[in-house]
Ligand binder design. Structure first.
Ligand SMILES: Nc1ncnc2c1ncn2[C@@H]1O[C@H](COP(=O)(O)OP(=O)(O)OP(=O)(O)O)[C@@H](O)[C@H]1O
Ligand SMILES: [Mg+2]
Length: 250
């Protein structure tokens, strides 16, 4: 199979059923909204002489609020503004970005953190001229610890020399502590809040936990706001994560 047809296959796979479109398939309104988010982040995190790379974590209080969708679309939008961007898939338990882009998950982040892949090169996939994805890698037994490790800070340091923006797709705060462990290693966190999905209580508790972890909360993305009339699916709580803990990990 030629390189060209291989690439084409990846893009058609973006149109999977029941998935909000990503990247180039977005509507005009959604594209504009991601551009606004991009501008706000650039405004919040000015570059300086010592720091050429901005690192942002994307999280939420509950499962399914649109973190992976937001992380990838934000990275796509930043790449369109001529900056070299890495979308880092740090949800090692339920990786969605690599799945939706039809990318192999391994080698990826977990192999880099375990020292199996040196300097991350083999773990980075090129999506277009400026956009790169590092998939989650094989599911490790200890994702939270790996994400909070000194190996993670070293990896981010290394990647910062190559990219001007790193967008990290994280798990929800209400389910696992992964996002809190990463919070100190990034320039700021963005919380995705999905319409009729997050509750005041879950949101308040997630914000409180971020504060306790000394995270810099940059702001909120209100997802699934007005476009279309499709009703949101019923909130499923943390079922997906507990299923993971009690079945896959054992
Ligand atoms: N604005 C939106 N409109 C319609 N569907 C959406 C929207 N945002 C996300 N979705 C859909 O909701 C589902 C969950 O989105 P996504 O995977 O981005 O959420 P997540 O917060 O990363 O989930 P998880 O907690 O499992 O990692 C996907 O099928 C996605 O396509
Ligand atoms: Mg996700």
């Amino acid at each position: 199979m030629s390189d060209k047809s291989k690439k084409q296959k990846e893009y058609t796979a973006l149109e999977i059923e029941d998935a909000f479109p990503m990247g180039q398939h977005l509507s005009f309104a959604a594209t504009e909204a991601y551009k606004r988010l991009r501008s706000s982040l650039i405004f919040c995190l000015p570059k300086n002489e010592n720091k050429n790379c901005r690192i942002v974590g994307i999280t939420s209080s509950n499962v399914g609020e649109g973190k992976s969708t937001t992380a990838f679309n934000l990275a796509y939008s930043i790449a369109e503004s001529d900056q070299r961007v890495l979308c880092l898939e740090a949800d090692m338990r339920l990786p969605q970005i690599s799945k939706r882009l039809n990318l192999e998950t391994s080698p990826g982040l977990s192999e880099c953190l375990a020292g199996e892949v040196l300097e991350g090169n083999d773990a980075i996939r090129k999506i277009n001229n400026n956009l790169y994805v590092m998939p989650s890698g094989r599911v490790p037994p200890n994702p939270s610890e790996l994400l909070g490790s000194s190996a993670m800070s070293r990896l981010l340091e290394l990647l910062s020399q190559v990219f001007s923006f790193i967008v990290i797709d994280l798990p929800p705060i209400g389910a696992v502590v992964d996002a809190l462990n990463v919070a100190k290693q990034v320039d700021g966190m963005v919380m995705v809040v999905r319409r009729e999905w997050a509750t005041r209580r879950s949101l308040a508790s997630a914000v409180r936990e971020l504060k306790l972890a000394d995270a810099r909360l940059l702001g909120f993305v209100f997802n699934d706001a007005t476009e279309g009339s499709k009703k949101p699916k019923k909130y499923k709580g943390y079922k997906k994560y507990s299923k993971y803990y009690y079945t896959k990990q054992d």
